[in-house]
Design a protein around this ligand. Structure first.
Ligand code: ZN
Length: 62
């Protein structure tokens, strides 16, 4: 389910999703042998502001 989001910087409602993976993936700081997790970001398509970032596998950081 996707809510309509609005950019707090410019008011644009066209929010798109980006994905960081590969070398930019988030690694657990204290588990050096883990694979880490890709990051999903909500990005304003007008000004480029990142509204939020989430890892796709939060359980890896427990
Ligand atoms: Zn914006």
């Amino acid at each position: 389910m996707e809510r309509n989001k609005e950019c707090p910087e410019c008011g644009c409602k066209e929010i798109s999703k980006g994905k960081l993976s590969g070398y930019a993936s988030m690694m657990p700081a204290y588990k050096t042998l883990s694979m880490g997790s890709a990051i999903i970001a909500d990005i304003c398509t007008n000004c480029g502001h990142i509204l939020s970032m989430k890892v796709t596998r939060p359980e890896k950081f427990r």
